[in-house]
Ligand binder design. Structure first.
Ligand code: UD1
Ligand code: CA
Length: 482
């Protein structure tokens, strides 16, 4: 493979992408957790080029800032005015300085489905055939808008690429199109670009004209036909954006399924490229997995889970849950209807139950927070149980404070833990308590009003009411029994 290692890859990303109708530059739109240009860079990276140049123009501050994040090794070339793809490549080569010997691969920043595999094949064909230029083509059902590949009738050799707008009716009937991806001999490319003119319908320097120029000068022009035309689709509007997302998502899920993951409903399951799975994971319908989410062996997620940067341990169960920056231990259970915010760490066999929200909370092995609670800024030890409807009161209106609950605790329902406060190991708290003071290990804390019963109140204050009658009957009944 390194034999075909290109001298440079030039990524064209200067265009505005008007048809996206967006404040965001086209190449920065996201599919499956990566920008369009990010996908192109990932595929290009597989060629291990000696130089990687991205030609930027429209919204270049934004695009350049993004590139610094996702491809710190890439250089940028500025194309101040978008005078065409040929002009853009010229700017890219200028950035590289001295004439480039060896292969230069050109790709567009808006073809996110292009794979490294296809680029490698293009590059290999280019070298093997000793071409001056090799264009990646595909047969498409609808060629509208694309440059058409014109071949010599007798030999089948590529003679030219004609843009849709410049094509004759016969040429428009051609279904083999230019993907916009090429491998060039660097030195010949640089020479030919100087000869490209702008006498076409768009008044632009077309990169595609380089083919005709090189052929007329007697050089070999070749083509590599992509196996799957969908791979080379350029994104121009949001309909195509959604179609590309669907295709990429299917690819990712297919790979996951073939590696031993059960995806119950691929149509409603969405994953980012960065998500990883172990064997025998089950993903139920309506689930979205984002960022650095990792699902360990045999865990079960969904239905309707949205997990971002979340680790789910082996054999754990996460049902109807939103989680971000959380860690769910092995064999733990979460949900249904839980919200795990950043810094949540649930230990082995722990439980975060229904209508429970957690944040910056470390919950130990075997500990349960089963119902209707908020646990924020807390450390809870092992094998404790937090009663239903409890709140870790972490915010005094100005600052956040921490609560510590020990191991083997049993806290009552409807408790408020007013932080900072500590409940010692093995302690109990009574239902309805507002815990404002530390509870020593092994104690029972009771922090609530005493109950008093005012007998006969209903009969006196609500005479004749249904309540009064029910009470009267109850009293009569118990008198008869007695
Ligand atoms: C181009 C090709 C066409 C091909 C199609 C494939 C030319 C003349 N036409 O047409 O044959 O079928 O791609 O999708 O090459 N760009 C710049 N600077 C410019 C112009 C474009 O960087 O001055 C970039 C764009 O950001 C984009 C790429 O080049 O990433 C292609 O440009 P676009 O305007 O989409 O070209 P098409 O008309 O689609
Ligand atoms: Ca395009």
């Amino acid at each position: 493979m390194s034999a075909n290692r290109p001298a440079a890859v030039v990524v064209l990303a200067a265009g505005e992408g008007t048809r996206m109708k967006s404040a965001t530059p086209k190449v920065l739109h996201d599919i499956c957790g990566r920008s369009l240009v990010g996908h192109v860079l990932a595929a290009s990276g597989e060629l291990e080029p000696e130089n990687l140049v991205v030609v930027v123009g429209h919204a270049r501050e934004q695009v350049t800032a993004h590139l610094a994040e996702v491809a710190p090794g890439a250089r940028t070339a500025v194309q101040a005015e978008q005078n065409g793809t040929g002009h853009a490549v010229r700017m890219g080569l200028e950035e590289l300085g001295v004439s480039v010997d060896g292969t230069v691969v050109v790709v567009c920043g808006d073809t996110p489905l292009l794979t490294g595999e296809t680029l490698r094949r293009l590059s290999a064909t280019h070298s093997a055939d000793g071409n001056a230029v090799t264009v990646l083509t595909a047969e498409v059902p609808d060629a509208t808008g694309y440059g058409r590949i014109v071949r010599d009738e007798a030999s089948g050799a590529v003679t030219a690429i004609v843009e849709h707008k410049d094509a004759s009716p016969e040429q428009r009937a051609i279904r083999e199109i230019n993907s916009g991806v090429f491998a060039f001999d660097g030195a010949l490319l640089a020479g030919a670009l100087k000869k490209v003119r702008t006498d076409n319908s768009q008044g632009e320097e077309y990169l595609t004209d380089v083919l005709g120029i090189l052929r007329e000068a007697g050089h070999r022009v070749g083509a590599s036909v992509a196996g799957d035309h969908r791979e080379i689709a350029g994104i121009n509007n949001r309909v195509q954006l959604s179609q590309a997302r669907r295709i990429l998502n299917d690819r990712l899920l297919t790979a996951a399924m073939l590696s031993g993951v059960t995806v119950v409903d691929p149509a409603t399951t969405w994953v980012d490229v960065s998500v990883t799975f172990e064997q025998d994971v089950v993903v139920h319908p309506g689930t979205q997995l984002h960022g650095a989410t990792h699902l360990a062996e045999g865990c079960e997620v969904g239905p309707n889970a949205r997990l971002t940067d979340t680790l789910v341990g082996a054999g754990a169960r996460v049902d109807n849950t939103v989680a971000s920056g959380a860690e769910v231990g092995p064999e733990a259970t979460v949900g249904p209807y839980a919200y795990l915010r950043p810094g949540t760490r649930l230990g082995r066999k722990g439980k975060i139950g229904t209508y429970v929200e957690t944040k910056n909370a470390s919950i130990g092995e075997g500990t349960k927070v089963p119902h209707l609670s908020y646990v924020g800024d807390a450390t809870i030890g092992e094998f404790s149980n937090i009663g239903a409807a409890s709140v870790f009161v972490n915010y005094d209106g100005q600052d956040k404070h921490h609560t510590t609950v020990g191991s083997h605790c049993r806290t009552g329902s409807d408790n408020m833990f007013v932080a900072p406060v500590t409940v010692g190991d093995g302690a109990y708290t009574a239902a309805g308590s507002v815990i404002t003071k530390d509870v020593p290990p092994g104690s029972l804390a009771v922090a609530r009003g005493q109950q008093r019963n005012i007998e006969g109140w209903v009969a006196r204050k609500r005479p004749g009411s249904a309540a009064a009658k029910a009470a009267e009957e109850a009293v009569r009944g118990s008198a008869e029994e007695g």
